[in-house]
Ligand binder design. Structure first.
Ligand SMILES: Cc1cc2nc3c(=O)[nH]c(=O)nc-3n(C[C@H](O)[C@H](O)[C@H](O)COP(=O)(O)OP(=O)(O)OC[C@H]3O[C@@H](n4cnc5c(N)ncnc54)[C@H](O)[C@@H]3O)c2cc1C
Length: 381
């Protein structure tokens, strides 16, 4: 089906981002996978070309676009199977916290750098002792005059090594009275003493992404770095997680679409028993099933993107998309990998990387089980 959500301007933006990826990303992918991290410089190049926070207003030195420009970035990264360069995590999940909850002074201080690529961001919620249960965070931020003193450990933090700014969820109260009012969000600059990037983690997929453990040891941060009110951290996180789930659904959808396209092309080329494997009925049925799932998923997602742009409250629908799109992508990528035979298991074949990358989407941004608890509440169960 033809897509109707994009304008001519988005199409031009897509063309230029595609060129950027072919020039600055694709030739480096295998090297980044080996290194377990992307080049710091590619962030600045992406910023200089207007591909970071494309929705950010020009008054903050952004490109003045909208969320659909971000959708283009997600789709095109999916097209080239790039999962290490976490542009959408930065642009569409983390920077929006500063944009939505930052004071004017904080926005002036940080947003231009977020758009230029001088400031790469991370968001540190998860800890060794807690992930799904956000209100159980144990990291503390003790007030000492006009500073907070942060102590604690975070794990699984995307962009953990490259980040220049990290939004840290920490307890500013003990939470004995109300654990949901104990958390605050504090922006910590990476060069502050006591902020330690402890370890880059080895993972099953997203091999070029610098997911890391972070430690805070008596890390002093000015109170002026807190986003929003003290104790409002949990509510700010809940407010923005809807967008995060939508973005993860978009990534999964883009990945599944590209894998189906590439598998169709591969099965027409690859021969067995004297004919292209696309001529076997099993291949056709599998690809038809995958193509149908992708097409149905796209219709739902484009509708959701449109309603999100219109400012609708979509907690239930975004959680549904997070489940449906990520499970669909896992199934589709698995079926397609099978059609590549042994080549599908080789890292140099993008479908192998898609297989590894797809798995985590059912885990992060709130596990799919947590999504079900949210939807159950929305259904008044
Ligand atoms: C590659 C990667 C990148 C990540 N990036 C970030 C990041 O940038 N920042 C960040 O803060 N975190 C990040 N995370 C952490 C991620 O969000 C958490 O791993 C996730 O929320 C799950 O938390 P957990 O690992 O502690 O699992 P747990 O919360 O311990 O869950 C374990 C199992 O129990 C289930 N479970 C838990 N509670 C319930 C319930 N109420 N009902 C039913 N089942 C339940 C879960 O669904 C899961 O299956 C990342 C994780 C990975 C793997």
């Amino acid at each position: 089906m033809d897509r109707t959500i994009f304008s001519e301007d988005h199409d031009l933006f897509r063309k230029s981002f595609r060129t950027f990826l072919e020039r600055e990303v694709v030739p480096n992918q295998m090297r980044w996978i080996e290194a377990g991290i992307v080049d710091r410089e590619v962030w600045r190049k992406a910023g200089a070309a207007g591909f970071l926070c494309p929705w950010l207003e020009t008054e903050h030195e952004g490109a003045g676009g909208d969320f659909l420009h971000s959708c283009v970035v997600v789709e095109e990264l999916g097209r080239v199977y790039e999962s290490g360069l976490a542009l959408s995590l930065h642009s569409d999940i983390i920077v929006p916290y500063i944009h939505a909850f930052g004071s004017d002074e904080q926005k002036r201080r940080w947003l231009p750098g977020c758009a230029s690529g001088d400031l790469v961001t991370a968001l540190a919620m998860t800890e060794p002792g807690t992930g799904s249960d956000v209100a159980a965070i144990a990291t503390t931020a003790r007030r000492d005059g006009d500073h907070y003193v942060i102590n604690g450990a975070k794990t699984f933090i995307s962009n953990g090594i490259l980040c220049d700014l990290c939004i840290v969820a920490a307890k500013t109260e003990d939470g004995a009275e109300n654990r949901h009012r104990a958390l605050s969000l504090i922006v910590v600059e990476a060069d502050r003493p006591g902020f330690i990037k402890s370890k880059k983690l080895k993972k099953l997929g997203q091999l070029a992404q610098d997911t890391a453990e972070l430690t805070f040891e008596d890390c002093r941060v000015p109170v002026a770095n807190r986003l929003g009110e003290e104790g409002a951290g949990f509510f700010m996180l809940m407010n923005k997680l809807q967008r995060e789930r939508l973005v993860v659904a978009m990534i999964a959808q883009a990945q599944a679409e590209q894998v189906v396209k590439d598998t169709i092309a591969y099965t027409k080329e690859r021969k067995a028993f004297g004919k292209p494997i696309s001529k076997f009925q099993n291949t056709q049925f599998k690809l038809v099933e995958c193509a149908t799932k992708v097409e149905v998923g796209r219709a739902f997602l484009d509708r959701l993107i449109t309603e999100h742009l219109a400012g609708k409250d979509l907690i239930k629908e975004c959680s549904m998309a997070k489940i449906w799109q990520t499970e669909m992508a896992s199934e589709v990528v698995d079926e397609c990998l099978q059609l590549f035979g042994g080549y599908g298991y080789m890292l140099e074949y993008p479908v192998a990387r898609a297989f590894m990358d797809a798995r985590v989407q059912r885990i992060y941004a709130g596990t799919n089980e947590i999504m079900k608890t949210i939807i159950a509440k929305q259904l008044d169960l």
